[in-house]
Write a protein that binds this ligand. Structure first.
Ligand SMILES: *[C@@H]1O[C@H](CO)[C@@H](O)[C@H](O)[C@H]1NC(C)=O
Length: 469
């Protein structure tokens, strides 16, 4: 393999000397001597000029060579987690890295248009571009926001923002995409078309991805043809890549239910209209939706996750509020769950003499669906190349939901689950857990997933385009 690399470098030098553009036999991409990108790339040894995305071993090696770069970024991001639509420092940091890499980008994406329901201005999203600036176009996406969780693991990279934590791996997602930016920038000139890099705010329920789709991230010239995303996945061992064709993640919405009655003295319940008892009955009855309303062959979740009301042991409150989520694998089933939540809530509230209002989120999340054709032609193959075993790990769909669903709705897309549970470090705390820990050794594999998806995707698109004539 070393011999191959040496030969390749020699060949490239010859090509540059001749100043001619030639065809690379292996993958038929045109190699052109490019401008100054080599000079601007920090000298990390491996970079000797425009690289061609030729051998599989070379791509692995090039991706492994950015490991330190990626791990350092992840650690830096982990220290200052920021909540949805407030990712100001995070966005500035990403822009700084892209500037250092000499990668072109536009900031200001993902403005929060639902400020009446969600705080924060947004505009923290970034779209970067590498390649010719024209079609075909592959989009790679990462999310950048953190969660309102207090980190419970002591380490030298522990969150410095009290009550905020990167507990869903978005620090790793962002770092992997910046790693891919570095690798692809180093290859610029050796592939046809454009890679768009999407850094989106507010994945954790704020629909930042949808905002960016509305703002034109997919349709703005050059138009996106294919899209790819990755989630670090503690349920799978490190070294594996999981996925499946079709639905991978659920459709999801969240509710806020206000039950109002008439408050008063706890000693005289006959003089009040008690919303607490109504709420208890509603919570129990909501559990019958999945068992009695949904077909046993369909999947669904109805969870009440937060309740609030009252101020003293001897006062019956005038109103109580509760929040929760409904999830299913299809839009139809989700609508059925939502309808049942409203019916049961209103009916039971009325029985108790209370009034209930049910509010849903401003943007429900659609299911995330892996395009079958893209999966079999590309996604599964790419994932198999990256996985240690040489094969994809088939997974069941999960009831987690993803903003990536908005992208997958609009262009053929594939979403990978990157295993990150290690036997040597305790890294299998689940996502959103205050002890969630990342196995940083898999980040380089995430870079490789991105890079291969982009290069193979562009090559496939170019080939399809030619065969149209
Ligand atoms: C319920 O709403 C009706 C109509 O707005 C109102 O007349 C009634 O007082 C409300 N009842 C409670 C318990 O809030």
């Amino acid at each position: 393999m070393l011999k191959n690399t040496a030969l390749c470098v020699l060949l490239l030098a010859l090509i540059v000397l001749c100043g001619a553009a030639v065809k690379n036999k292996k993958d038929k991409t045109v190699i052109k001597p490019t401008s100054t990108s080599a000079a601007n790339t920090p000298s990390s040894g491996w970079f000797t000029g425009p690289q061609s995305p030729s051998g599989d071993d070379e791509i692995r090696e090039i991706c492994e060579n950015v490991e330190d770069f990626v791990v350092n970024i992840r650690r830096e991001l982990h220290k200052f987690p920021e909540l949805m639509y407030k990712e100001i420092k995070t966005s500035a940091y990403i822009q700084e890295v892209l500037t250092d890499l000499d990668v072109q980008f536009s900031p200001g994406w993902g403005l929060n248009t639902k400020t009446d329901r969600i705080t924060g201005h947004g505009g923290t999203g970034i779209v970067a571009q590498i390649g010719t600036g024209s079609s075909p176009v592959v989009l790679l996406r990462a999310d950048i926001d953190a969660l309102p969780i207090t980190e419970e693991i002591a380490s030298n990279i522990k969150s410095q923002n009290e009550g905020r934590m990167h507990a869903c791996g978005h620090d790793g997602h962002t770092a992997m995409l910046l790693g891919a930016a570095k690798v692809l920038k180093g290859m610029e000139g050796s592939f046809e078309g454009t890679v768009k890099l999407m850094f989106q705010p507010a994945e954790e329920g704020g629909a930042g991805g949808k905002r960016m789709v509305e703002e034109g991230v997919l349709l703005d010239s050059p138009k996106v043809d294919l899209a790819f995303g990755i989630h670090l996945w503690p349920a799978l061992p490190s070294g594996t890549v999981g996925g499946k064709p079709g639905v991978v993640l659920a459709a999801c919405d969240r509710f806020e239910i206000l039950i109002s009655g008439v408050g008063g003295h706890a000693a005289m319940p006959h003089l009040v209209v008690d919303p607490v008892v109504a709420q208890a009955s509603i919570i129990s009855s909501l559990q019958t939706i999945v068992s009695r309303k949904l077909s046993p062959l369909e999947s669904g979740v109805v969870s009440v996750t937060k309740i609030e009301g009252g101020s003293a042991f001897n006062v019956i409150p005038g109103a109580v509020t509760m929040w929760g989520t409904v999830r299913s694998l299809t839009d139809e089933a989700l609508r059925k769950l939502m309808g049942s939540v409203e019916d049961i809530t209103k009916g039971i509230a009325e029985t108790h003499g209370c009034n209930a209002t049910v509010r849903w989120s401003p943007d429900y999340y659609p299911p995330t669906v892996n395009d079958d054709e893209l999966w079999f032609n590309l996604g599964e193959k790419v994932a198999s190349k990256v996985a240690d075993s040489g094969a994809i790990t088939p997974t069941n769909p999960t009831m987690g939901a993803e903003d990536f669903g908005f992208i997958a709705q609009s262009v053929p897309s594939n979403f990978y689950l990157l295993g990150q549970s290690s036997s040597t470090v305790k890294t299998d705390w689940n996502l959103h857990h205050p002890k969630f820990t990342m196995d940083e050794t898999v980040l380089k594999r995430g870079v490789e997933l991105h890079v291969r998806s982009a290069l193979d995707g562009l090559a496939m698109l170019a080939k399809n385009k030619k065969s149209e004539f």
